[in-house]
Design a protein around this ligand. Sequence first.
Ligand SMILES: Nc1ncnc2c1ncn2[C@@H]1O[C@H](COP(=O)(O)OP(=O)(O)O)[C@@H](O)[C@H]1O
Ligand SMILES: [Mg+2]
Length: 369
Amino acid sequence: MNRYFPVGGPVSEDDIIDRELFLEGITRRLRDGQNLLLAGPRRIGKTSLALEVLRRLRREGHDVALVDMFGITSARELAEHLADALLENRTGIQRTVERIRDMVRSASPAEVRVSVQGIELGMSFARRHGSDLDLLEEALGITDKMARSSNRRVILVFDEFQELARIDSNLHKILRSHLQQKPHISCLFLGSKPTLLDQLFSHGNEAFFRYAVSLPVPEIPPNAWSHYLVRKFFERGISITQAEVGALLKITGGHPQDTMLVASEAYYVLMEINCHVVNLTVLEIAYQRALESLMRAFEELWGGLSEHRGAQQLIKKVASGERPYSKNASPARVGRILAYVMSQGILVKVGRGQYEFLEPMFRDYVSRL
Ligand SMILES: Nc1ncnc2c1ncn2[C@@H]1O[C@H](COP(=O)(O)OP(=O)(O)O)[C@@H](O)[C@H]1O
Ligand SMILES: [Mg+2]
């Protein structure tokens, strides 16, 4: 079920706002065999973009797979998720591996291989034989057969890739060495911890050093928001003028999820009062409600910052409009804290010694603490 204004997860094809050139660029690069890295804070649309790219490449005849590293706890799970996602291209079902297991449970030991839509699979999957790493190798091996049969590159997306380190510190090396032997695979790595990813992809002694080209995720341009919001509200007989669109983007800073959320709340406010025009009062109420619904997430974000000494203080300072560096603070210390809060995707540098919140609604939350 599609929500009217989608919030909280990847958006469907219809709700992807603009970023068309960027989407075309990523699609082209992956098709050509380039590996890419998109690192950026959470809830700005990385997964949405990746899924849209996969839909396009899939339509061109590529086999594609997305594996989310969140929630995966072992190399075995990674292998199974990858195999499932790959095989889904051909079987159309989500949990192929489990199905195969059910099938072979009753088969005789003499039958040593299974074939899924022309893709042969080793029995280690079906019988849970072999080590976790054998399974991973076998899952990646599925792509060999796919590429041969389609004559096209296989596209893999690893979402929240920084989580791989949490599973097993050796996995990076292993994965990289397997991937390197498979020129028919293009990888798109996504991650929400820019510093961790940076480390992994740009440090000489790390496994993925220079393995992928890192691209910044562009903002959604204001005029694209405007087209989208006007069209969406119009679909339900509601009008919104450029002035109100401007006001909405000003309070959310155009942050993808926050803007969607306020628009969504505005819609429900209008339904309650049986009105069909978005005005500033409606936006104000919608904003307050959106802020309330973000409270839990913001509390968590804020709480997490206590891990790093001085981070909360510094953020509070920036929220109140002050500059982070001041006479009585050690510049080296402030620099370290700034590096940390930027790595968390909270502040961005906007000029010399000047920092701004990436998410204005979070700034608002902090300044009310
Ligand atoms: N291109 C987009 N068009 C419209 N809304 C978007 C777009 N990208 C992100 N959003 C909004 O942000 C939310 C989070 O998107 P998601 O792709 O899950 O982000 P990420 O993977 O960066 O955490 C979506 O539910 C939607 O509200
Ligand atoms: Mg995501």
